[in-house]
Design a protein. Structure first.
Length: 240
């Protein structure tokens, strides 16, 4: 592995949106290919990569609840959406020669392995990209919290929070407020104190309690994942 790699084992958090492309909904195979190529580049550097994929491009539990569904039931539908995304990403990665394993938090043995922590670590050591699907397997949580949980379990060096079209954490929405300031560095406590919309508070607390660095960056700029793992300062780094 090259000496200039800062983060040797990472959890890459991809929101469902990252797989949807311009249509903003569903799965867009050309977009998947683009994301897969970015991941392949980092993988080729010898970085151990696990991916937690969201499901917001298809379904969010809170939306179902607002429309009258029971929250837990709606959340299980969201978890199933993340599994569809994981299989799509697996297809894109394997299509360009990257060996992968999908592990689901809800057993679905015909299509993926069940989540087994030690087995996931073994896959990483063997150079496979591990895709964690199904979130935590429990309702009322998010895939951001899943990323924090899996990062702790995998003993990852960092969570790479890939955003769509946003290059870091701002004091306000930069699309609405011309005075919005981009932060280069923050602590997890800053995120909680300032109510910055990076990840939900459960995910932030989990990252803080387990001292997991988080890098927020723009997925849409080619080469950004490579820059982040090398420790080049792009986006916002959240530590402490
Ligand atoms: N979800 C859940 N438990 C989890 C992870 C996800 O219930 O541990 C459900 C929840 O309904 C959520 C949906 O799955 O809205 C999709 O996940 P998320 O919103 O985190 O996806 P993203 O915004 O990253 O695309």
């Amino acid at each position: 592995m090259a000496a200039d790699i800062k983060y040797k084992r990472v959890v890459l958090k991809l929101s469902g949106e990252a797989l949807a492309g311009d249509q903003g909904f569903g799965i867009n195979p050309p977009e998947l290919k683009t994301v897969a190529k970015e991941i392949k580049e980092v993988h080729a550097m010898g970085v151990q990569i696990c991916i937690v994929v969201g499901g917001g491009n298809m379904w969010r539990g809170v939306t179902g609840e607002k429309l009258g569904m029971e929250r837990a039931q709606a959340d299980y539908i969201g978890m199933l959406a993340t599994i569809m995304n994981a299989l799509s990403l697996q297809d894109a990665l394997e299509g360009i020669g990257v060996e992968t394993r999908v592990q689901t938090s809800i057993e679905m043995r015909q299509i993926a392995e069940p989540y087994i922590r030690r087995k996931a670590i073994r896959h990483l050591e063997k150079g496979r990209v591990v895709i964690f699907a199904g979130g935590t397997g429990s309702p009322y949580f998010s895939t951001d919290t899943t990323a924090a949980l899996r990062a702790a379990e995998m003993n990852a060096d960092a969570i790479l929070m890939a955003k769509n079209g946003v290059d870091g954490v701002y004091s306000a929405d930069p699309k609405k407020d011309p005075n919005a300031k981009k932060y280069a560095h923050l602590t997890h406590m800053d995120i909680l104190d300032k109510h910055l919309h990076v990840m939900d508070s459960t995910a932030s607390s989990m990252s803080m309690d387990n001292h997991i660095p988080l890098v927020v960056f723009n997925l849409n700029t080619p080469g950004n994942i490579v820059k982040v793992v090398k420790g080049e300062h792009i986006g916002t780094t959240i530590e402490g």
